[in-house]
Design a protein around this ligand. Structure first.
Ligand code: ADP
Ligand code: MG
Length: 262
């Protein structure tokens, strides 16, 4: 059975002055258990809207999202979210940031501390438990955010351009780290990016969205062997996929620009 089923999801936003904006148009696809699913598409096409609906932070105007066959009605601990901008609590140390979500679960103080340490270790930040977020670089903050999401042991990790604000070198390090973690933890991941290299490096399947209102334009399977690293970017399969995705997104962006001019 599919881990996630997105079934005919539509989203209409009521904007100011009672205007309606159709953001998602009949989105349907399934994500398998343990799949690394990557969603790409032109800017403003509804990617975050779709992920927020899967997270239960927003609701579909029509259609539904099922997890393990059960309808998603709101946020839940079985879905962990990592956003593009840093969402750590500035008044808590790194260690306490990770422990925060665990307080909701029935864990003793000692269990919480041990678990937080274990996940700090996983993202290679074990020496930074006592440090406050403002003392960390962007890449380190995102590693804490990933550790925090993983410490809650979600079944699905939802990531909205998590590396978008990082410099190119840090980004590659983070991508390879995420692949390692995913490989070990065997979670289902839904990952949004506008970076095509990143999409191909990470994905089992790439879901290409159209311009607004977002539809699923094309689904591509990435047939590059794992484990992957930045070296996978120099293979012929990679170039072939990159050309195809670049053209698909370019086509949508161009059409969107033409529509605006009309
Ligand atoms: P993406 O993440 O692909 O860049 P979004 O999902 O953020 O796109 O937005 C899709 C469209 O929906 C955009 O035109 C955006 O302005 C609009 N939108 C997003 N959130 C809201 C909201 N809460 N109210 C009104 N319009 C919104
Ligand atoms: Mg977005």
């Amino acid at each position: 059975m599919a881990k996630l089923e997105i079934k005919k999801v539509n989203k209409v936003f009521e904007t100011k002055k009672n205007r309606k904006l159709k953001a998602l148009d009949d989105i349907s696809f399934t994500v398998a258990d343990n799949e690394f699913a990557v969603i790409v598409g032109p800017s403003g096409c509804g990617k975050s809207t779709l992920l927020n609906i899967i997270a239960g932070l927003d609701t579909a105007s029509d259609g539904e999202v099922l997890m393990d066959g059960k309808r998603i009605e709101g946020p839940g601990a079985e879905r962990g979210m990592v956003f593009q901008t840093y969402t750590l609590f500035p008044w808590l140390s790194v260690q306490k940031n990770i422990e925060f979500g665990l307080q909701i679960k029935k864990m003793t103080k000692q269990e919480r501390e041990e678990r937080a340490k274990q996940f700090l270790d996983l993202v290679q930040l074990s020496k930074f438990g006592d440090v406050y977020p403002k003392e960390l670089s962007g890449g380190m903050k995102q590693r804490v955010a990933i550790a925090r999401a993983l410490a809650n042991d979600p079944e699905i990790l939802l990531m909205d351009e998590p590396f978008g604000a990082l410099d190119a070198q840090t980004r590659v390090v983070m991508q390879e780290l995420l692949l390692e973690i995913w490989n070990e933890s065997q979670k289902t991941v839904v990952f949004i990016t506008h970076d095509i290299d990143e999409a191909i490096l990470l994905a089992d399947n790439i879901y290409i969205m159209s311009r607004l209102p977002g539809r699923i334009k094309e689904i591509l399977h990435v047939d590059i062997s794992r484990p992957r690293s930045h070296k996978s970017l120099y293979t012929p399969e990679f170039l072939k996929l990159k050309t195809r995705i670049t053209e698909a997104i370019w086509e949508e962006s161009k059409a969107a620009a033409t529509e605006i001019r009309k």
